[in-house]
Design a binder for this molecule. Structure first.
Ligand code: HEC
Length: 188
């Protein structure tokens, strides 16, 4: 009897935790995800109006700045990471992020839609509980201008990128692949 009671209590605790996780995920999405379509829109407009070289600052400055603003508003860490970075100083994933990105690649290969790939988890970070969330960033048409196969990228654009990014591994993507991810760490 006692054992049954213990089991019931732990099942209920499990259910409560699942509910908390779902609430955290919904709240994190609401605060972090709107940045993604904003960057895509800005990128499309700038490439069309000013050309790709002038659009470099959208990925280089605007996207990180929008994330920084959201991070300041919420008090959470937010950044973009990738398994193949253009800027390794900013975009190199930590172990948790690298594991999730590898898992996203497997899930995509198994037919899951890239634009909805996400994971949220409570983990211990430096002895403190934090909520970590990561969401795949798909390669859209406009992204190919600068992240497509290197031999298809405009020559002057390529030399411009080479000046700032000597360790660039962010060419060679195809439409619909996973370019990287938006990642969030929030204190609990
Ligand atoms: C005009 C050129 C250009 C276009 C178009 C472009 N990017 Fe980028 N992208 C860059 C540059 C430059 C960086 C390096 C930014 C930095 O210094 O942090 C970058 C970096 C990134 C990163 C951070 C990880 C890394 O590789 O360093 C992600 C994620 C990313 N781009 C996604 C996209 C997506 C998604 C699109 C399409 C919506 C896109 N980019 C279109 C130039 C571009």
């Amino acid at each position: 009897m006692l054992r049954l009671a213990v089991l019931t209590v732990s099942l209920l605790a499990g259910a409560a935790q699942a509910e908390d996780l779902e609430a955290l995920k919904i709240d994190t999405r609401r605060n972090a995800l709107p940045v993604l379509p904003k960057v895509v829109g800005m990128m499309q407009e700038t490439v069309a109006a000013k050309g790709p070289v002038e659009a470099i600052p959208v990925c280089k400055e605007k996207a990180p700045q929008l994330l920084k603003e959201q991070a300041a508003k919420t008090g959470w860490d937010m950044r973009r990471v990738s398994l193949r970075t253009r800027n390794p100083e900013r975009g190199t994933p930590d172990v948790w992020e690298a594991r999730q990105l590898a898992d996203f690649n497997i899930r995509a290969a198994n037919g899951e839609k890239v634009e909805t790939l996400e994971t949220g988890e409570i983990v211990t970070d430096n002895g403190k509980q934090v909520y970590r969330y990561i969401r795949a960033i798909p390669v859209g048409e406009v992204c190919l201008t600068c992240h497509g196969p290197a031999d298809k990228v405009d020559g002057s654009l390529r030399s411009q990128l080479a000046k700032s990014y000597p360790h660039d591994t962010a060419f060679g993507y195809e439409r619909g692949q996973i370019r990287g991810a938006l990642t969030v760490k929030r204190p609990l």
